[in-house]
Ligand binder design. Structure first.
Ligand code: NAD
Ligand code: HSE
Ligand code: NA
Length: 432
């Protein structure tokens, strides 16, 4: 058997400890599959005495993660510290500069600096693996880079944040409101103490930016992702969606349009019959439509020690086998600088919920605003009369396909109507 591939793990948290566990439990199996052992030589730990539930015997513990990036006895550094700048970036860039391969789960960092780091890795002839950074255990980066590489991707979309999917699923099943379910998710340890990266769509946008780069061979463009989170989705919207035979999901979507590549993350109404509509709880899923393959969908766990370690180890095996593919499908210098399409050019159908005073003429005013912007209505839902003391009733309108800019102009007028009691809720309807 050949020489072992020598690994240094920076960060022994959930993912780091999970990776050590997998590598230990499957040491023989992996050695056979790689033709050489995968050996963890060293790891960085801020607290050396902490019990992480894994056997660290024989692993050198460094207090400074940068020591791993410069250690002569390490071939590949696994960066699982996290954070979009600071020490994680330093560890990765130092390791690459020293000719070491890098495997990372850090989507926040790669979404901002991925193209630069990929270019550095290529210049040094080392591999940059980031399967764990997108949809955790689902091997979607490998699917796009290898299995689907013969296709032009017409469209891809996915449930890329397990916390949001758990919250939306629980809201639907229990009828409870967003804030209430979020508090539960935090107690259960699903959502972060500061949940904004999850619920405001930022984590999903990081992942979408990486998927788009791999699917379309263009530089990672996080700033080009239009982002909305799920805070505004109410229990009422979930009920109305059911009535429209839809589910509400936070999706990340990318597609080629006549104006360029569109990237968006926002809550969507999707038909109940679409396969992705029944991906519930903490599960993630990614659908890819290729011109030759047609529709494909990958489903699995996007987070947690086991699934994420599974992805990290897949990248380590690629390193051990010497499979050095360009990080974003094409060499960094040849990434196409195709334009991004702004959200105002988006074409789609819309769900609009208005809380209005129950008075004659209100709907006439609303539909006049839509008519003036050439937005065509598909349906309207209103049940009975307002009963509460505030005399307010929800009205839901759905539109035919229209341009976002027109919808926004109409919405601005509607938002100014005196009969409107709350900010209108606009959710895009996806044709999946
Ligand atoms: N947890 C998941 O399910 C999951 C899934 C996909 C991707 N990721 C990504 O993996 C990375 C790690 O996530 P995690 O959940 O394991 O986080 P974590 O907080 O459990 O672990 C991070 C570890 O890094 C250590 N650390 C922080 N600063 C350090 C420093 N300066 N020197 C040495 N160690 C330091 C912390 O002590 C901690 O042990 C993040 O980028 C995250 O986004 C996590
Ligand atoms: N916070 C992420 C997990 C790590 O990617 C999620 O909820 O899906
Ligand atoms: Na993955």
């Amino acid at each position: 058997m050949s020489q072992p591939i020598r690994i240094g793990i920076a960060g022994l948290g959930t993912v780091g400890a999970g990776t050590v566990k997998l590598l230990r439990e499957h040491a023989e199996l992996l050695a056979l599959r790689c033709g050489r052992p995968l050996q963890v030589v060293a790891a960085s730990a801020r607290d050396r005495k902490k019990d992480r539930g894994v056997d660290l015997a024989g692993i050198r513990l460094e207090s400074d993660p940068l020591a791993l990036a410069t250690a002569p006895d390490i071939d590949v550094v696994v960066e699982v510290i996290g954070g979009s700048d600071g020490v994680a970036r330093q560890v990765i860039e130092t390791a690459i500069a020293g000719g070491k391969h890098v495997v990372t789960a850090n989507k926040a960092l790669l979404a901002l600096h991925g193209s630069t780091i990929a270019a550095q890795a290529e210049a040094k002839g080392v591999i940059l693996g980031f399967e764990a950074a997108v949809a955790g255990g689902i091997p979607i980066i490998k699917a796009l880079r290898e299995g689907l590489v013969g296709n032009r991707v017409k469209r891809l979309y996915g449930i890329l944040n397990g916390t949001c999917n758990y919250i939306l699923t629980t809201m639907r099943e229990s009828g409870r409101d967003f804030a209430d379910v979020l508090a539960d998710a935090q107690k259960l340890g699903y959502a972060e103490a500061d949940p904004s990266f999850d619920v405001d769509g930022i984590d999903a946008a990081h992942k979408l930016a990486l998927l788009t780069a791999v699917a379309y061979g263009r530089p990672v463009d996080f700033a080009g992702v239009y982002v909305e989170g799920i805070r505004k989705v109410g229990a009422l919207d979930i009920r109305f969606a059911e009535e429209l035979d839809c589910r509400i999901k936070l999706l990340g979507l990318a597609r080629e349009t006549e104006h360029g590549i569109e990237q968006r993350v926002h809550p969507c109404l999707v038909p109940k019959t679409a396969p992705i509509a029944s991906v519930d709880g903490v599960f993630n899923a990614v659908a890819v439509e290729g011109d030759f393959v047609g529709q494909t969908m990958f489903e699995g766990r996007g987070a947690g020690a086991g699934p994420t370690a599974s992805a990290v180890v897949a990248d380590l095996v690629a390193v051990a086998r010497g499979h050095g593919l360009p990080a974003f499908v094409v060499p960094a210098a040849r990434l196409a600088s195709s334009p991004g399409s702004p959200i105002e050019r988006h074409r789609g159908a819309y769900y609009l919920r208005l809380m209005v005073l129950d008075r004659p003429g209100v709907i006439a005013d609303v539909t006049a605003a839509l008519r003036d912007e050439q937005v065509s209505l598909e349906s309207m839902l209103q049940h009975g009369r307002a009963r509460g003391p505030d005399d307010t009733v929800p009205v839901v309108l759905t539109t035919h396909v229209t341009e976002e800019a027109a919808m926004r102009r109409a919405l601005q007028r509607i938002a100014g109507l005196a009969m409107l009691r709350e900010k209108p809720i606009l959710i895009r309807i996806e044709d999946l």
